[in-house]
Design a protein around this ligand. Structure first.
Ligand SMILES: NC(=O)c1ccc[n+]([C@@H]2O[C@H](COP(=O)([O-])OP(=O)(O)OC[C@H]3O[C@@H](n4cnc5c(N)ncnc54)[C@H](O)[C@@H]3O)[C@@H](O)[C@H]2O)c1
Length: 450
């Protein structure tokens, strides 16, 4: 894919083609039918308007599910601006639909280059948000670089813009913020590091930490859609192949489960003894990456860490090995080392780049970007229903906050998690037992033993 550069980011929106809106509308409607919990929240938001008068800037993957979230936030009264949280994950028809049919300011084009990516982040900051909503903490960290007078550390388009702001305007950008929400593990790690350093300027709600988010989205969503992305990119036969899964967290265990279900021999690599033990007892082979590198056919990283597949591992791989990442950033693969020592890249099919390293062919999928969003459509709507229900409720919590929330990383209250789970169960037509009075009393007592 040729990287797209845009210079139109000062406009009211910046998308590929407004004429794609009808297709985006039909696909957004398709996703909506699988998002009953978010639909209920939207109906309530339309009546109660909890986000009335609030400006909200979101940096999320621009997919059909995100479209339904943005429409819900607007129904709640928010003035929404949206940019992409990854250069390859934007669905251009969805972006067009949001602009044309919902008046949402979208700044996102699939394949945008690095400069355009940050021009779009800048456009979302210019929106002067009361609330930001991130997937990977790119918006909120830019606000903090400005607040902490570290403008020189910002990528050029944002730096140039921030340098043009007066001291009072910079202060207003930060003081105007009620708070922020964060969608993914990697973003939460960055935010907790900011809180630990004592530099967090406003409250943040870690949506990822809701159980109705990471138990389901990270596990079942990433599990299924990562396999989907690999299949769409390569059309390889999974049965009989050896797949190496880097990381056995929520995402890794979901993908390992689905790869095994499709007939793969799965090897797990880990750095955490507990998770490694869990993987072993779940029936997988566990070994260091340096050993797995010699036997794997397909390598997939899902850790949130850097250089999980390094050049040293790539050198050990078999001819024809396939390498992909499904963690948030492409730093999980040491791709920047390849141009110095290997020949390539040669695009052999969409989303597949061939490199020749020491005479062996290596295939990197989706430029190392999260493969489930680069080559497929991301998580199914039914699982994003719960993640985005949490996002909408987190925005409502922030909008209603009257200064009770400290400048820390907060979780959504556990009872809200329970409510979201119950609503999802209801929508699936699943009923469960309830505790009897006798059982409640028993569980609250200590005096009844053997
Ligand atoms: N592709 C998607 O759509 C999607 C969805 C949700 C989360 N994510 C991202 O996926 C990543 C993982 O998220 P998670 O929720 O599973 O996190 P997690 O914390 O539950 O799991 C990460 C695991 O990786 C392991 N790990 C760390 N460094 C390692 C190394 N060098 N080698 C092997 N294992 C290592 C950790 O010990 C941990 O068990 C994050 O970047 C997250 O933001 C992606």
């Amino acid at each position: 894919m040729t990287a797209v550069n845009t210079r139109k980011a000062d406009a009211a929106y910046d998308i590929k083609d407004i004429n794609l809106a009808d297709e985006g509308g039909r696909r957004t409607e398709w996703a909506e039918q699988f998002m009953p919990v978010l639909r209920q929240i939207k109906a309530r938001f339309e009546k109660e308007r909890p986000l009335e008068g609030k400006k909200l800037s979101a940096c999320l993957h621009v997919t059909t599910e995100t479209a339904n979230l943005a429409i819900t936030l607007k129904a709640g009264g928010a003035d929404v601006a949206l940019c992409a949280s990854n250069p390859l994950s934007t669905q251009d028809d969805v972006a067009a639909h949001l602009v044309k049919d919902h008046g949402i300011k979208v700044f996102a084009i699939t394949g945008e280059d690095n400069e355009s990516y940050y021009l779009h982040i800048k456009a979302c900051l210019e929106h002067a948000p009361d609330i930001t909503m991130d997937d990977g903490a790119d918006l909120v960290s830019a606000v903090h670089m400005i607040a902490l007078d570290r403008v020189d550390d910002l990528p050029v388009p944002v730096r140039d813009w921030a340098n043009g702001l007066s001291a009072a305007e910079r202060k207003q950008l930060v003081d105007g913020m009620i708070g922020s929400t964060e969608e993914t593990t990697t973003g939460v790690i960055r935010l907790k590091a900011m809180a630990d350093e004592g530099v967090l300027q406003f409250p943040v709600i870690a949506v990822n930490d809701s159980q109705t988010k990471h138990f389901f989205d990270n596990r079942y969503g990433t599990g299924q859609s990562t396999l989907d992305g690999i299949l769409r990119a390569t059309n390889i036969l999974i049965a009989g192949s050896t797949i190496v899964v880097g990381g056995y967290g929520w995402c890794g265990r979901g993908f390992a489960m689905r790869a095994r279900g499709a007939g793969a021999d799965v090897i797990v690599t880990e750095v955490d003894p507990l998770r490694a033990l869990e993987a072993r007892m779940d029936g997988y082979r566990v070994m260091p990456m340096a050993e797995a590198a010699k036997v794997g056919d397909v390598f997939v990283t899902l850790t949130g860490n850097t250089t999980v597949v390094g050049l040293e591992h790539m050198k050990l791989m078999k001819d024809g090995a396939i390498i992909a990442n499904a963690g948030h950033f492409n730093v999980e693969l040491e791709l920047e080392a390849l141009p110095k020592v290997a020949k390539g890249p040669r695009r052999v099919r969409e989303f597949v780049d061939e490199w020749i390293l020491d005479g062996k062919r290596l295939y990197v999928l989706g430029e190392g970007r999260l493969i489930n969003l680069a080559a497929a459509e991301g998580h199914p709507a039914s699982v994003m229903d719960m993640s985005f229900a949490n996002q909408a409720l987190a925005a409502e919590i922030l909008a209603k906050d009257r200064g009770e929330l400290s400048n820390a990383v907060h979780r959504i209250p556990p009872e809200v998690d329970q409510d979201v789970a119950q609503l999802k169960l209801d929508s699936l037509g699943v009923t469960i037992d309830t505790l009897t009075g006798k059982q409640e009393k028993y569980l609250a007592s200590w005096d009844e033993g053997t």
